[in-house]
Design a protein around this ligand. Structure first.
Ligand code: ZN
Ligand code: ZN
Ligand code: ZN
Length: 179
């Protein structure tokens, strides 16, 4: 049986894991700190304190949140701020990273294309022959296998990171994102 290290109680909330007794104290700590302009020393509560002081229009309840026993702070549509933040931090970090990667891949591609465009424009203006396509294609999977290479260049974009970069011959994983 799990025991709370603080109060030795053994009833915990199924959603948040908050201890039945201590969650009441934490709510009180939170409200006190908010009034006094201090912090609680608990990272997750202090984060919410800073956000409220920074101008978030959240409602502070008289008691802890009924469902999850987090301190009583709710968004304007009645959702627990602590639950919302913990759900958000997982997914938004992942999405942020993958979009940064996609952007980097597209920017790289765009640089090559922009240079090629400038080259073509010059060729048109001078009325000379069209220069060679500058994008150096790597080996296909078959060529890579034939040459005993580790990497090949696919002809389609990676669905995950949008890179058109190399893939691992053995399992087809993208070199840029590993998917
Ligand atoms: Zn406890
Ligand atoms: Zn909650
Ligand atoms: Zn990828």
């Amino acid at each position: 049986m799990n025991q709370c290290p603080k109060c030795h109680g053994n009833t915990f909330n199924k959603i948040s894991g908050e201890c039945a007794d201590c969650s009441h104290h934490r709510h009180r700590d939170f409200v006190m700190s908010l009034k006094d302009g201090t912090f609680t020393g608990y990272e997750y509560m202090d984060r919410v304190l800073s956000l409220i002081r920074g101008g978030k229009k959240w409602r502070v309840l008289k008691k802890r949140n009924k469902l999850c026993w987090h301190p009583g702070v709710q968004t304007t549509n009645g959702k627990c701020v602590f639950c919302m933040l913990s759900a958000k931090s997982d997914s938004s970090v992942a999405i942020g990273n993958i979009n940064e990667q996609r952007l980097a891949n597209l920017t790289e591609e765009l640089t090559v294309l922009t240079q090629y465009k400038a080259l073509l424009e010059t060729a048109v203006a001078l009325g000379v022959d069209v220069p060679q396509e500058p994008v150096k294609r790597g080996k296909t999977r078959q060529e890579a296998i034939r040459d005993g290479d580790k990497w090949y260049t696919p002809d389609s974009r990676c669905k995950h990171c949008w890179s058109i970069g190399e893939r691992y011959v053995e399992n087809g994983r993208c070199r840029s994102c590993g998917k």
